[in-house]
Write a protein that binds this ligand. Sequence first.
Ligand code: FAD
Length: 288
Amino acid sequence: MKLPSFDYACPATIAEVIALLAAHGGEAKPIAGGQSLVPMLAFRLTAPTLLVDLRKLSELRQITITDAGVALGAMVRWRDILDAPRLRQAHPLLVAAVEHIAHYQIRNRGTVGGSLAHADPAAELPGIAVTCEAEIVARGGAGPRVIAAADFFRGALVTALRPDEIVTEIRFPAWPRRRRYGFREFARRRGDFALAAAAVAFDETEQKFCNVRVGAIGVGDRPVRLNAAERALEGGVIAEAAVAGCAAAASSAVDPPDDIHASGAYRKTLIGVMVERALHDAIGGLIV
Ligand SMILES: Cc1cc2nc3c(=O)[nH]c(=O)nc-3n(C[C@H](O)[C@H](O)[C@H](O)COP(=O)(O)OP(=O)(O)OC[C@H]3O[C@@H](n4cnc5c(N)ncnc54)[C@H](O)[C@@H]3O)c2cc1C
């Protein structure tokens, strides 16, 4: 399908990008990898009058690993994450999730900032951001601001970004060295968006679950932490019965709508199964 017509700009600085977005009052859109925006244009789901290309903003391509955590610039691509060996130690759950994203060609172009701003409820990065209490840095005419991931995603394809703001960075808190994790998703075909996915993490202290995180993707209009499922494990002994209780709590906590890909009832069951499998991966040999 042919795209609607639009003007195109490719500025070299963030300040110029923001000035262009501000001048067009919501009629302009940034373009990063184009892997979500171009299909949206083709289907006439959006029709900006100006596309502002971010590809010259090399300062947004940084991956920074410090004692405080991991920071990814908005123009970091999926391929960059998978090709950064230090990230596998610094944030193994993030890398495990990114391995499920789309196909080779899309991973070569799709970016961190594009995924966050697009806010697909079934996308992996927003889910990991919410599960791990990441912060998203946005910059616009009023300067930079930091938004908790839990507050950033407002609904399907809706975020807290203002029309003149771009995402510049996402920051993940430091990953404790011995933290255990699991990520499981189910998609009809390899590379498709997940019908449902679960991200879990916990620290093991004297055979007990501590600092439990259970995140769910694809079962609502945005990614969520499942607090009831976390409570089912927190402080308890690491045992099969606890895993089953957590999976049941996860399933009860969600109320996904029916859509063309699956019924809500199917997704409700599926998230329990994904949580159970992810927990088993995280627990490994801890259950004796
Ligand atoms: C066939 C196919 C399968 C896919 N499967 C998956 C999948 O399994 N999991 C998954 O997570 N994704 C999947 N994707 C989406 C892919 O990961 C996209 O690349 C990603 O969601 C958007 O990144 P982008 O850089 O391509 O953004 P673009 O398409 O360039 O932009 C997307 C949106 O974000 C805005 N935007 C871009 N960058 C910024 C920024 N820095 N600040 C503010 N706004 C910005 C744009 O204006 C636009 O509204 C798939 C895509 C395709 C085509």
